[in-house]
Design a protein around this ligand. Sequence first.
Ligand code: PBG
Ligand code: ZN
Length: 323
Amino acid sequence: MFTRFRRKRYNETLRDLLQETHLSVNDFIYPLFVRSGENIKKEVDSMPGVYQMSIDEIIKECDELKKLGIKAIILFGIPDIKDSVGSDALCEHGIIATALKEIKKAHPDIFVVTDLCFCEYTDHGHCGVLNPRLNSVDNDITLQNLAKQALIHAKMGADMIAPSGMMDGMIKTLREALDSAGYSHIPIMSYSTKFASAYYGPFRDVAESAPSFGDRRSYQMNPANRNEAILESLEDEKEGADILMVKPALAYLDIIRDIRERTLLPLAVYNVSGEYSMLKMAARAGVIDYEKVMMETLISFKRAGADIIISYHAKEAAKILNC
Ligand code: PBG
Ligand code: ZN
């Protein structure tokens, strides 16, 4: 007879030796919201600590990120003018195109990912061009526009493209467009399993992108469907995605694990705005130990099988990890 030793009771060093999952500053991609102007750094009411920033402020922010050891950002644009097709995103002088050029000039060593979608640029707030007969997005016309948007990002210096619109055939279209224009070296991180989620609420405040009618259920997934969630990611792998993603993260840890066990591609999770704001508001109300709950949440993504974490908590987590 023997009894297994009880790890929980052992000392700190052994506890560290036996730790199975680790969180590192290298795991993070930090989201940034860019708008035109100068000296603009406007905090978002629903997301304390998250700002809409002009390009000059983003460039300063990148200095701070580098000091913290965070080397990757994902950019979202807030255009001055929105219209039915999202023209700002299809123009080499649009907000993201301009930001990319200036950020890469100031910080060639920052890895810049761009979110590829139209909901921030259309006046109706949907993720592409509308088809009046469907009263929703026209998949195939939107694919053509996504290809144009991707080529602008690539030309302006994006290091990786992250299409988030969940259009059918999106990855294949983008891979072909990038390859044939000489950008075969640019990887695609697909928002491959993206649920129609109420957790995106605060993001739509900061990006000013709430749909003016209807919702995104015709192109985003039903939170109740596990098999479909797995299939969607595997489909994007077949089309040539380099990195897959599950979004949101916290309510979908099972799906992260499911996909992890079925692909050898790297897997990202998006710890979305609503997840962030819930912790911030709970901290304000004095009901949780914010830093501990945050770190416990972030490690759960790694344990579930994620390699990359896109999170508004990245800076706060880095400060803790660095000390
Ligand atoms: C679409 C996009 C969204 C998010 C990331 N990319 C919004 C949406 O699908 O409505 C959500 C991120 C978050 O909630 O933090 N461009
Ligand atoms: Zn969108």
